[in-house]
Structure formats: structure tokens, C-alpha cells
Design a protein around this ligand. Sequence first.
Ligand code: PEP
Length: 243
Amino acid sequence: MEKNKIVVANLKMNMSFGQIKTYIDKIRTIETKRVVFCPSSLYIPYFLGYNYGVGIQQISNKIEGAYTGQISSKQAGSMGLVLTLIGHSECRTYLKESDDLINEKVKAALENKLNVILCIGETKEQREMLKTSYILKKQIISALNGLSKQGLKHVYIAYEPVWAIGTNKIPSNRDIEDTIRYIKKIVEKHFDFNNIPVLYGGSINSKNIEELNEIENCSGFLVGGSSLKVKELFKIIEVALKE
Ligand code: PEP
């Protein structure tokens, strides 16, 4: 079993300001940076100053300047944020983020000392057409293109099958284990970098976390929907972070 797992809560575009204040009141007791919250960017300042980590859901590929509506990794780093998600399937789909753009974002984040959670995963159709390996390989190679070994030390890969996000469907432990092994192998082969940490994400909840936590080579979890319910999230954290 992997030690020092992390749990990343992706709150997405949820909760009003009032709800956020109640939420923060409940999570402020968390005393470890191995739990990282990624709220809507608008609410980030309210999450700062406690002992958990804070990350950002989305950053620009640009560093500074006339880019209306965007937030840079330089700005995020200067606020004390520890990581950024990049390549989430919702951004790939709704914002039409390309592999090249994702690669630029990864580079911008690392240059500005933000750790990266690179999200990858296949759609249901791709899985049914037996294209999972091909898709994951393509996503990894393009996103990490041109990174130094020093840069790779600050990258986690989150394996999030698109068909498992918010659907209550999850792959078997065996499937996830095999996929994580495959992801590590691709990074070893193409970037000469061993044992990149890989997280699992997709429909994690308080009922399936015990079983998911048995996955041998998994470095932690990216949690969406269940992170909105503090009780659910606390159970996930308790299981995932126990030594
Ligand atoms: C996600 O979108 O990153 C995610 C894991 O969502 P959910 O937990 O809701 O499936």
C-alpha cells in the first residue's frame, strides 16, 4: 500500500458564498497538507490560512498581461496555493482544451512552482472501442512533452475515466491497478522518470473508499461530488490517510 497518500477535493462550480462559509467552518479542523481543497477561484482567499492545502481548478497557459478573465500560475503561486488541476475532462470537453494547450499550462505551472495534477481518462466510447491505452498514452505524452526530470517531480497524474465521473460507476480495483501500472510504464519509457504518483478519481464515496484504498499502487484520490458533503469527505480522508 502506498504511503503518504493525498486527497484532493474538487469543489467545481458549486456553492453560494453563504454555503462556502458554513463549509469552511466544518473543514477548518483539518490539520494536514495531504488534504487539498480546490474551490471556485472566487472563494480561494476564504480557504487560506488553515492547515490543509489549497489548490486551483484551472490556470492560464499565460503568465501575465492582457488576458481578460484568466488566472495565472504566477498569481496562484503568489497566493500560497500548492497545486493546480490541469486537463480535467470537463475542461477538455466544455472549454475545448487541446493537448497542446494542456502542455503549455503544465509548463507554466511548473515554472511558477505550482504542483500539477494532470487529469487523464478515456470516455465510455473510447473504452468500448478498446482505445483506452492509446488515449491515455497520447494524453500523457503530449501533456508532459518537454518537461525536465526536475519538473516531473512536481507532477501527479490523476486517472479519471470520463464515464466514471459523477455517474456512480467505477472500474474494478484490478482494472485501476493495471491502468496505474500502465501509466507509470509510459512515463518511465518516454520520459525516463520512475514511479510517477498516480491518483484515482471518479465516483468515490464513503461506501467504496475502503475497497478503493486497497489498490496497491495508488497515491491518493481526486474527489468531486462527495467532497461537497463534509461527512462523506471526512470518511474518505480518514480511510485514505490512515497509515
Ligand atoms: C472529478 O470530476 O474530478 C470527480 C472525481 O468527480 P466525481 O467524484 O463527482 O465523480
